[in-house]
Ligand binder design. Structure first.
Ligand code: PCA
Length: 210
């Protein structure tokens, strides 16, 4: 079996849940063809994420890393195109970044090594709205996508990676005053992520048919 590592984040910004890890947890152990999903929760921490990713990328039989994060202002699932070499904001552990490069000597950005347009289309086909996003921001989600692509290239790993931002859960919007605050149910998010995983499994099958 090949492994797809599915990461989600711990809650941040005063929220009690983060739908990204709730969804990843639901898909832990999901199998499609030769692919099995392993879920991992990442802390919203500038310092803890890099060693965790470095360790995770060493896992035997790893083919894909799909990272997921919450983006409360988005109405659709957003398949991210690029991770940029900049970090900004205060994390859950009171550690701040102020716009410095993530890796001093690395390029300005890395495109996701996933077939992002095909993934957005596969998600849309299941009836779950998705689009290709040109900015993952400058916080921990962008950081994770950038670092994954950096480490994969640096170590020449046979792994591809990508990032999907997801909206708030409906219950996360009840305490907020905005009238037009988008949300998506956990079932819908799980359906969309499963479609993306199934698509990646098909790619694997075509790569190594048996
Ligand atoms: N979203 C944040 C970090 C953790 C998460 O779920 C982001 O968009 O950067």
């Amino acid at each position: 079996m090949s492994v797809l590592l599915l990461t989600g984040f711990e809650p941040f910004g005063g929220e009690k849940v983060n739908p990204s890890f709730e969804a990843a947890r639901r898909l832990d152990g999901y199998k499609k063809g030769d692919l099995v999903v392993r879920a991992l929760e990442l802390p919203v921490s500038w310092e803890q994420v890099p060693p965790m990713l470095e360790q995770a990328l060493g896992e035997h039989s790893l083919s894909f890393v799909l990272s997921v994060g919450q983006a409360g202002n988005r109405a659709k699932m957003a398949v991210e195109r690029i991770g940029i070499n900049i970090c900004f904001g205060k994390d859950n552990y009171d550690v701040s970044r102020n716009g410095e490069r993530i890796v001093a000597e690395a390029p300005d950005g890395y495109f996701s090594s996933f077939p992002i347009c095909d993934l957005a289309e596969a998600i849309n086909k299941t009836g779950v709205p998705a689009y290709v996003s040109d900015s993952a921001g400058t916080y921990l989600c962008n950081y994770t996508l950038f670092l994954l692509e950096h480490l994969i290239r640096q170590r020449r790993l046979p792994i591809t990676a990508g990032f999907i931002h997801i909206p708030y859960l409906p219950e996360q919007t009840t305490d907020k005053p905005q009238q037009l605050l988008p949300s998506m149910s956990l079932d819908t998010v799980v359906t969309g992520l499963r479609a993306a995983i199934d698509h990646l499994s098909d790619i694997l099958q075509r790569r190594c048919p048996n």
